[in-house]
Design a protein around this ligand. Structure first.
Ligand code: IPD
Ligand code: CA
Ligand code: CA
Ligand code: CA
Length: 266
């Protein structure tokens, strides 16, 4: 893809993400139609589906040869990353959307022949856009994000949710407890996309979680990568952008220590 087409692709993606965000914001006080998916806490709303449908239609109309991998059923069945693949989460942090009416994001990552090229994470209610084009820098509301600075684990804030206390935990919880005691603090924001954005921004130093889908992380991986961060599975393996996996995204100065000393998957 030449530079002009690449820029046009980015401009379209940005426009469609912002339009979708403005629509959600306009209707934030409307009554919600809420369903559950795999369990009573796995929520989805009509707004999740509507947002994905609108973005899917725009992609299909403008770029009929592009593919879409997405959460709510408007995407394609994809078995490889050949060509241009949009990876879209229409609302990341649906539980926050329902309960808090804030702290959720629209996440769009675009991969070309398997390489993450464009990423957009839009914190809708805060009106904050994180964006990246590979090799051209990562930005927050138009301001370039600097490369991540070295950090000591004792002075780090780590994004961690409650996975390591849950019954079906897949980690050595003693080591996780050691990690929690070692770091300066932990946070749990309830939107994987925003946690990635915070790692890229350097206000959180790592985010470790046990089960994320490609649409949770696609944009974030590209964004974090651009500022020198590292993203792999929690035990240090290369990510597979077509399947769910454990995830660690991290300041590079902490990465090896966390993987080698604190993460032991069962
Ligand atoms: C969820 C959020 C949440 C993470 C879950 C995801 P959704 O995405 O990113 O932070 O812990 O694993 O499924 O369902 O709100 O798009
Ligand atoms: Ca969901
Ligand atoms: Ca998600
Ligand atoms: Ca979602």
């Amino acid at each position: 893809m030449d530079e002009t087409n690449r820029q046009q692709l980015y401009d379209h993606a940005k426009k469609w993400v912002l339009e979708a965000g403005y629509h959600i914001k306009d209707r934030i006080d409307d009554p919600l139609s809420i369903d559950t998916k795999e369990n009573p806490n796995d929520l989805v709303t009509e707004m999740d589906r509507h947002t994905e449908k609108v973005i899917a239609e725009k992609i299909a109309t403008t770029y009929p040869d592009h593919k879409l991998l997405s959460e709510e059923g408007f995407g394609h069945d994809i078995s490889d990353l050949a060509g241009v693949v949009w990876i879209v989460d229409p609302i990341d942090g649906t539980m926050n959307f329902v309960h808090q009416k804030r702290n959720f994001a629209i996440s769009v990552g675009i991969f070309i022949d398997g390489v993450g090229e464009i990423g957009l994470i839009y914190n809708v209610m805060e009106d904050t856009l994180y964006n990246v084009q590979r090799g051209k820098g990562a930005f927050k509301n138009g301001e370039k994000l600097p490369n991540l600075e070295d950090r000591k684990l004792e002075e780090a804030i780590i994004g961690l949710n409650n996975f390591w206390t849950s019954e079906n935990r897949k980690v050595d919880e003693k080591k996780m407890q050691k990690l929690v005691r070692k770091v300066r603090g932990t946070r749990s924001y309830g939107s994987a996309a925003l946690e990635f954005a915070f790692v890229a921004e350097g206000i959180v130093d790592a985010y470790l979680t046990m089960n994320l889908a490609p649409w949770d992380i696609a944009a974030g991986v590209i964004l974090v990568n651009e500022v020198g961060g590292i993203t792999t599975t929690a035990d240090g393996k290369e990510l597979d952008m077509l399947n769910k996996s454990t995830v660690l995204t991290c300041n590079p100065s902490l990465y090896h220590q966390i993987v080698n000393e604190y993460v032991d998957l069962k």
